[in-house]
Design a protein around this ligand. Structure first.
Ligand code: ADP
Length: 465
């Protein structure tokens, strides 16, 4: 296993910090400690767990500026987005600090007078999480908060590109009074740590946010010990703009969805299907706005589009754009880069493509970059068929002011998250997650704590002597 992980700034390629990678023994030890501390933590009353979670959230807010700066430096996202992510991350802790107190069971009327039936909920045990680099804070807290609220203990392995935000969050959890063995961080390369997590008899649940191929591996490897799994995987979100849509709103919300974090989010608009009667107006208005987006280092004031995370991500974006252009796509703006492979920074200028079709890679694969392809449709049914013709089923968006169209689209789109005239649907109080190969389980809302709980049924007999 590698001894260190080099964390670099994707805006400059400069080294920020070399982080020690944990050895196999150290990771096993962390898992054993997590397992052993479960007995005590799971028995602490829910109000006390809630209190500690609230203290953690408060600590994070006190360090908001430092955390945001670390996040921008290691992930590249604009500072205002990092500040927003700190709030978003604590909103999950705040929500689950409350939900901890609402883990209700139930009683069931028995079919005989001499019995009582009680159903209660208990935590699954030690949870091992693997998180991605695109939301280094929020993807961690939305797993850790429900896990701890439920009474589980928690070990996280952050993405190699962005471990520093997570390490700081864990430090703050300990400062807030959450015991050191209850929430831990280990560092290492995904495939190596993933294997230790899935093989460990101590880990009762794997929760993962990342790519679909890695999610499939983790599901497969979790089978040997029948672990619980929650998977937040890839997306390929369609945006459908109906003929009656408010075009200005559709433009504004599509941009909000697509260009946040330089298009590196799993729910961002990946393809736009516009009714042919309004495509010219939509494309022109959209392009005018996209041209105004400022590209640069996320620490500089006014930056709206930071660098993409690394060379692998950059290569994928460029190959999708080139493929689309070679097959006839028209470039309305962008198709411009500021990249230096030697130094290791990669900026992609926001790009709008028109006349795209289903034969292009960009209409089949997740892009994870600031590229927006536009195609047209005539009938709603056709738009739904195109939208659903993907193995992914995470997020979909549509714009219409006709309630019949809205209800039709809501009922026919096979996606776990749907935005109707709304390009930013994520919230701690709502269930986030995908259908099909986009995942298993939900995070957020009352649903988001369920995956950390077991149901235990007690049948009491012989009540009357
Ligand atoms: P991306 O390609 O966008 O980086 P990944 O799914 O590869 O997405 O990465 C998300 C997280 O999964 C990271 O923490 C990474 O270290 C981890 N990871 C990568 N490969 C594996 C693997 N084979 N097993 C477990 N985790 C992995």
């Amino acid at each position: 296993m590698a001894a260190t992980i080099k964390v670099t700034n994707p805006a400059t390629g400069e080294l920020i910090q070399e982080v020690k990678a944990d050895t196999e023994e150290e990771i096993h030890l962390a898992l054993r400690r997590g397992h052993e501390s479960f007995r005590k933590w799971s028995k602490i009353n829910a109000h006390e767990r809630s209190r500690l979670l609230k203290l953690w959230s408060k600590k994070i807010q006190e360090h908001k500026d430092d955390l945001a700066k670390i996040m921008t430096m290691e992930s590249g996202k604009p500072l205002h987005e990092s500040l927003g992510e700190v709030d978003y991350a604590t909103s999950y802790i705040d929500w689950y600090a409350e939900e901890a107190k609402r883990l209700y069971g139930r009683t069931i009327p028995a079919n005989t007078e001499s019995k009582r039936i009680i159903v209660s909920r208990q935590p699954v045990g030690l949870v091992a999480a693997i998180t991605p680099w695109n939301f280094p804070a929020a993807m961690m807290t939305r797993k850790a908060a429900p896990a701890l609220a439920a009474g589980c203990t928690f070990v996280v392995k952050p993405a190699e590109d962005t471990p520093l935000t997570t390490m700081k969050l864990i430090e703050l959890a300990h400062e807030a009074g959450i015991p050191a063995d209850v929430i831990q961080c280990v560092n290492g390369y995904g495939s190596e740590v993933g294997k230790i997590f899935t093989e460990s008899k101590y880990v009762r649940k794997i929760t993962f946010t990342g790519s679909t191929p890695v999610g499939k591996l983790l599901i497969r490897d979790s089978a040997s010990t029948v672990k619980h799994v929650s998977m937040e995987l890839g997306g390929h979100a369609p945006v459908i703009v109906a003929h009656d849509a408010d075009i200005d709103l559709a433009v504004e919300q599509t941009i909000a969805s697509k260009f946040r974090n330089a298009g590196q989010t799993c729910i961002c608009a990946n393809r736009v299907l516009v009714h042919e009667s309004i495509v010219e107006e939509f494309a022109e208005k959209l392009t005018n706005e996209v041209k105004k987006l400022k590209v640069g280092n996320g620490l500089e004031k006014g930056t709206q589009i930071g660098p993409v995370i690394n060379e692998k991500g950059f290569n994928k974006i460029v190959s999708q754009v080139n493929d689309a252009i070679s097959k006839g796509a028209e470039v309305l703006c962008g198709n411009k880069y500021n990249a230096n492979r030697e130094k290791g920074y990669f900026f992609v200028y926001p790009t709008v493509l028109k006349n795209v079709n289903e034969n292009m890679k960009i209409m089949q694969e997740e892009t994870f970059g600031p590229i927006l392809p536009i195609t047209t449709f005539q009938e709603l049914e056709e738009a739904v068929n195109i939208a659903n013709s993907t193995p992914y089923g995470l997020a979909a968006y549509f714009f219409t002011n006709d309630y019949r169209t809205g209800i039709y689209l809501h009922e026919h789109l096979d996606f776990g998250i749907i935005g109707w005239n709304d390009g930013s649907p994520s919230a701690a109080h709502a269930p986030f997650g995908g259908m099909k190969e986009s995942g298993i389980g939900r995070e957020g809302g009352v649903e988001g704590i369920e995956p950390y709980l077991e149901t235990k049924y007690l049948s009491i007999g012989d009540i009357y002597k």
